[in-house]
Design a binder for this molecule. Structure first.
Ligand code: ITT
Length: 198
């Protein structure tokens, strides 16, 4: 089975992407690859940060790898937290504080629309490819559910009445930005693999 290093320090992302790639491609976490670094995310777009993460790990390992950068974009907040989603309430990647800050900033906001956007950056045989996944939805007035991670307790995807945090992973995968981007990655890898064999 083809294996890929996943350039992330977020275990929730590893679990979600493994649930989708399961049986098709082997996903090696940074921990399993013996890499312990804080990957830089210095840019102001998801695309550039995703590229930075995969390029960093590729330069260390020389192996095929991928990363993803995800942002929660709220039009009523000028698309914030967006690229700053992980550090919205300050450094420390504190999911609870980030979510509380979002709800506080939206206290008087009636336009509750939001979307998650994921950009996957794959480096395969030294070339980079990107795949995007979007999930539209709304921000609730209060936190609901205890599954998932990040902003899941306050996000209801279009087509459901439950927050992501009230869903098992399989149900979140029916809607999720990450699943949609990963599906494109799978299609690409299958095609590319097929071409290599010709
Ligand atoms: P890596 O950079 O190591 O991959 P990270 O957690 O810093 O991990 P991001 O820079 O992509 O990842 O930050 C995105 C933040 O957005 C993340 O920390 C969560 O707070 C939130 N987030 C991402 N995907 C999410 C999801 O599916 N559900 C809820 N919140 C999510």
């Amino acid at each position: 089975m083809q294996s890929l290093i996943f350039a992330t320090n977020n275990r929730n992302k590893v679990n979600e992407i493994r649930s989708v790639l399961n049986g098709l491609f082997e996903v090696i976490s940074l921990e399993e690859a013996g890499i312990d670094i804080d990957i830089p995310e210095p840019h102001d777009t998801l695309e550039a940060n995703a590229r930075e993460k995969s390029a960093t790990i590729h330069s260390i390992t020389g192996k095929n790898c991928f990363s993803e950068d995800t942002g929660l974009e709220v039009p009523a907040l000028n698309n914030e937290p967006g690229v700053k989603s992980a550090r919205y309430a300050g450094d420390g990647h504190d999911f609870k504080k980030n979510t509380e800050k979002l709800l506080a900033n939206m206290l008087l906001v009636t336009d509750r629309r939001a979307r998650f956007r994921t950009v996957i950056s794959l480096i395969l045989d030294g070339r980079e490819y990107q795949f995007e996944g979007i999930c539209n939805g709304i921000i609730t007035n209060e936190e609901k559910g205890d599954q998932g991670f990040g902003y899941d307790p306050v996000f209801i995807p279009e087509g459901s009445s439950k927050t992501f945090a009230e869903m098992e992973m399989a149900e979140k995968n029916l809607f999720s930005h990450r699943k949609k981007a990963t599906a494109k990655l799978i299609e690409f890898l299958k095609t590319h693999h097929g071409q290599d064999q010709n």
